[in-house]
Design a binder for this molecule. Structure first.
Ligand code: ADP
Ligand code: MG
Length: 452
């Protein structure tokens, strides 16, 4: 594993250590970084017990520490190092079963990944944000390959795509449809690559084309992977022609899957496309209530309400916050959990509430970040060392406050509204291609969060 990743990991562990009580840290300290792919980090842990412990109680701590080093990470996957597993305490009552199987053992056979037993339709809270996606996924469980083929589900990270896709697989399993394969596109790629290496491509093709139901999660991973796309294209056609059902998820709509061949994109668009967007307050509350009930946390209504009122647009983080409050209160034997306690426990995890910043505060933090002074941002100077910070400050004020363009102009030495809009658009546009700038802006946002 490369040196740099190891160094990042050491920093992450240090951060985690600060957040956990010593006994908890002791349990997780031997975790190692295994790999990073797009927005997923894979961590290897010494036992199933440790994995479940992290998933049930420490997920927010891990995610927070990891995001400090790798801001793009949204998912954590685990692999359990089996050699050590044998010496660990068996834990039979864990509820989650995320698992990376060693799927390269048998490259020709296409095996479904293990499903998370929790990811069923019954556990999925339907709200305005996911109603269509839910209905679409449900409908294809009854009439395989006939009504909507393929089903293309897209939406941001942590909004329930995997949950819904696995719910389809569960439902079909229940109704006796045996030949269902749920895989991630990364696994598909691994199988393609491996079958090329060991010269079993034909066998792999035969096998995958015998599947009745192919569900591929996170298709965006195949961006730029030409050879695998080629294989997927032929698989797709073969299954489609035999009226076999295909379902695909993606973190973005078809037309934004740049780097995926046009002909595949057009296949993806032939059936039903449904999207999920972030949940509103009512849906967030319903999700929290449901989780509180199934996990028997027994948190009071006002605490659930407080968490729901935070603008989480990632359900994994929403759930993570609930778990954090529940586990911290139980670790400290607190019976009456209050909103104050929740606020304190979550202070570094809540999505920021934009309105609380003033332009002055933003200017101070931005100036400080770029080693200049707030007065320089207001000045007429046009050298690069002040124009960039000035534009960033304007961008953030426009994003984070409700001030109008002319008013923002007044905070910058009376600049007119067209200058303000120009600065705003410039930073907004450049952040799409300029990773350094994007990181700087995110760094400043974090600083704002800490100081508020
Ligand atoms: P994605 O695949 O879109 O990144 P996941 O399916 O992994 O998201 O969902 C993240 C977490 O949020 C999972 O624990 C999932 O069970 C939960 N979740 C998402 N949407 C809902 C919902 N509508 N009702 C209940 N739980 C949900
Ligand atoms: Mg997913």
């Amino acid at each position: 594993m490369n040196q740099q990743l190891q160094e990042h990991w050491a920093t992450i562990l240090k951060d985690i250590k600060k957040e956990l009580v010593p006994t908890s840290y002791y349990a997780v300290k031997d975790s190692k970084i295994h790999a990073i792919h797009s927005n997923t980090i894979t961590i290897s842990v010494v036992s199933e017990f440790v994995r479940n412990k992290i998933m049930e109680a420490f997920m927010p701590v891990f995610l927070f520490a990891i995001k400090k080093e790798f801001p793009d990470i949204e998912n954590i996957d685990f692999i359990v190092e089996e050699t050590k597993e044998k010496n660990s305490i068996p834990n039979t009552d864990y509820k989650h079963s995320y698992e990376r199987t060693s799927y390269l053992n048998n490259p020709e056979s296409v095996e479904s990944l293990p499903l998370n037993p929790r990811y069923i339709f019954e556990n999925f809270i339907v709200g305005g944000n996911n109603q269509l996606a839910y209905a679409g996924c449900k409908s294809i469980t009854s009439d395989l390959g006939k009504v909507y083929n393929p089903l293309f589900l897209y939406g941001g990270v942590g909004l329930g795509k995997t949950h819904l896709l696995q719910a389809i697989a569960h439902e079909c399993n229940r109704s006796g449809n045996k030949n269902i394969v749920y895989i991630t596109s990364e696994q598909f790629l691994n199988q393609v690559v491996h079958s090329i290496q060991v010269n079993t491509v034909d066998k792999f093709r035969d096998n995958i084309r015998r599947v009745d139901y192919l569900i591929i999660d996170d298709i965006q991973f195949l961006v730029g992977k030409e050879r695998t796309q080629e294989e997927l294209f032929h698989t797709f056609n073969a299954l489609y022609d035999q009226k076999k059902q295909i379902a695909i998820s993606s973190d973005r709509p078809q037309n934004e899957l740049k780097g995926i061949q046009e002909r595949l994109i057009s296949r993806f668009s032939m059936g039903l496309t449904v999207d999920i967007y972030p949940p509103d307050y009512e849906t967030r509350l319903a999700i929290l209530r449901n989780k509180d009930k199934t996990e028997q946390y027994g948190l009071p209504d006002d605490v659930l309400d407080f968490i729901a009122s935070q603008k989480f647009n990632n359900i994994r983080q929403l759930e993570g916050s609930l778990i954090r409050v529940a586990s911290y209160s139980s670790m400290q034997n607190i019976e009456n959990v209050t909103v104050e306690f929740a606020k304190e426990t979550l202070k570094n995890f809540l999505p920021m509430s934009y309105k609380k910043f003033t332009p002055e505060e933003i200017k101070v933090i931005v100036a400080d970040f770029y080693n200049t002074k707030p007065q320089m941002l207001e000045s007429k100077r046009r050298s690069k060392d002040v124009t960039v910070p000035r534009q960033v400050a304007i961008y953030l004020i426009r994003e984070m406050t409700n001030y109008s363009l002319p008013v923002i102009g007044r905070y910058f030495g009376g600049r007119d509204h067209s200058t303000i809009i120009h600065s705003y658009e410039k930073i907004k546009g450049e952040m799409k291609t300029d990773v350094k700038l994007k990181n700087e802006v995110e760094e400043i946002i974090k600083k704002l969060q800490y100081t508020s």
